[in-house]
Design a binder for this molecule. Structure first.
Ligand code: TYC
Length: 108
């Protein structure tokens, strides 16, 4: 086999490829989750959802209530690095504002 395998080299060792796999591999995705607590004001959670997750007022309200009622809720779905950055930014923002709000991520 020659090094430049774009072209056949007629040495007889190349195999005919009859099946192709898609070459556009999809990156794994991660859910960014907000967790409920008893102390963070609802308004602050709505602000976080608007500021970091680009939610509208009504979407932010819906997700906040889901977290409040069910214990956790989906803020968004991202690639690893983006999810990690959001989690860090939200936890740091909440900590600086002295709210116990916690954000985490899990593989989709
Ligand atoms: N449970 C909080 C309260 O009653 C509100 C809240 C909602 C806190 C969502 C965190 O992720 C959260 N003030």
């Amino acid at each position: 086999m020659n090094d430049d395998n774009r072209y056949p080299d007629n040495e007889g060792d190349d195999q005919v490829i009859t099946k192709y796999r898609p070459t556009t591999a999809k990156p794994p995705l991660y859910k960014v989750i907000l967790l409920n607590d008893d102390f963070t004001p609802m308004e602050f959670v709505i602000l976080v959802l608007k500021k970091f997750f680009m939610k509208s007022d009504s979407e932010a309200n819906k997700v906040m209530l889901q977290v409040h009622n069910e214990g956790a809720g989906l803020a968004g779905i991202y690639t690893f690095e983006v999810a990690e950055t959001k989690v860090y930014a939200v936890n740091e923002f909440s900590r600086r504002q002295k709210h116990p709000l916690k954000c985490s991520m899990e593989k989709e």
